[in-house]
Ligand binder design. Sequence first.
Ligand SMILES: Cc1cc2nc3c(=O)[nH]c(=O)nc-3n(C[C@H](O)[C@H](O)[C@H](O)COP(=O)(O)OP(=O)(O)OC[C@H]3O[C@@H](n4cnc5c(N)ncnc54)[C@H](O)[C@@H]3O)c2cc1C
Length: 446
Amino acid sequence: MVGGGITGLAASWEASGHPGVHVVLHEAEDRLGGKIRTSPVRLDGGTELLVDEGADAFLARVPDAVELCRELGLDDELTEPAIGRAMVVHRGSLRFLPTDTVLGVPLDLEVLAGTGLLSEHGTAAVAAELDRDDPPLSVDVAIGPFLSERLGPELVDTLVGPLIGGINAGDVDQLSLSAVTPQLADAAADGGSLIAALRRRRPAGNPGPVFHGLLGGTGRLVEALAEQLVARGVELRTGHRLDDLASTGDDPVVITSPAPAAAQLVRQWSPDAATELDHITHSSVTLVTFVFERDDVPGPLDASGVLVPPGEGRFATAVSWGSSKWAHWDDGRHVVLRASAGRIGDDRAAHLSDDEVVARLLDDLSDLMGVAADPVGVRVSRWPLGFAQYTVGHLERVERIEAALAADLPRVAVAGAAYRGLGIPACIRQGRNATRQLLDRMRAGG
Ligand SMILES: Cc1cc2nc3c(=O)[nH]c(=O)nc-3n(C[C@H](O)[C@H](O)[C@H](O)COP(=O)(O)OP(=O)(O)OC[C@H]3O[C@@H](n4cnc5c(N)ncnc54)[C@H](O)[C@@H]3O)c2cc1C
């Protein structure tokens, strides 16, 4: 395996469950987990709070992460957010996002109107979509222009753009409908009104939690995997960058690194795959964890956090209200805020020192949330190549990469955040599937 993030670890877990397979995992860094890391934030006075530096939750709808947690015996540590509602900055002030939406596309127009986020004209444009009779959509398109044309630009600028762009640190005018928002692409394939198609897909009854987390942080998943992989005899070689595929002989290899490292590894044997991999770009994100005394943060903090649309002209892209979102981060005395900066086309944070990033984010916290006091704990986490950008045609590109590898390097597969979903469950699924496919191919003598 190349890469010890969640994809490489899940791929190793799958491979090591097959009798007679010896697994070696190469990880360039001296720690496992890649973009999953849970570590203590030191507070003034010497105490510590254990808080995720990157991913803190995984989607319940894609079952692979919960299933893996169960296989690893982490059932008792599964938890869910204490609060589901989120807010958005709208013309400088904080507003609740409507609850009944699919990635910002509203299912209940009364709820949307109640948020006051859209003008009368904007709300009417959304309502008019219910009368549309569009043919089924069968090609990939950019999310922003497609939804603007269907539902009006106001909804996209105010709601859909901040939400989808925020999740991917990307730009909805570039991102692919089918790769980033398969639920919307699937509904658009029905033809007719998109809202009506989404309503038909709405699950009946109580849908259960949208997200899960782990009481000790998502890092528990990495810890448990590492421990049990070692127990199964897997060799975990940290601090070991694999630069040359030749050293792996005829063994099957799953490459789970970000796309540039994957391109470098396969270029010599599969130039076509490497050229396609070169087209997958990434955005970089800096996430700062702030801990404040409870009394220093005004407001009820009754949301999971706030999204900051690019049009608001701020440095922050989002502020997750960690101690409101997760009961296990709320010690009763402090408020945990995780503020992010950086998205595609906005690299300012990457070029500033940690102190400068912290100062810029504190300015935003002061203006947007009225936080005037100094934090009692601060931690800066940098995520270069944090989010792969699935631009229009991404899934066709991934298919071309897979086809080129199958032809040129049949013992090698790529999997992970750069390809078929960057959420933790999608990465786990890809790691496991790639392993199964390679082992099947090897057994069939391919
Ligand atoms: C700030 C942030 C917040 C996020 N929040 C969420 C969230 O709440 N929920 C969610 O589901 N997802 C979230 N994500 C996305 C998710 O965390 C990642 O997409 C996922 O963890 C990526 O896993 P991966 O194994 O595919 O890649 P990575 O984690 O990038 O792992 C790849 C590994 O490969 C190693 N590597 C690279 N080149 C080589 C080489 N040549 N040899 C050996 N090793 C190599 C790297 O060092 C790295 O450890 C978030 C991401 C970020 C950055």
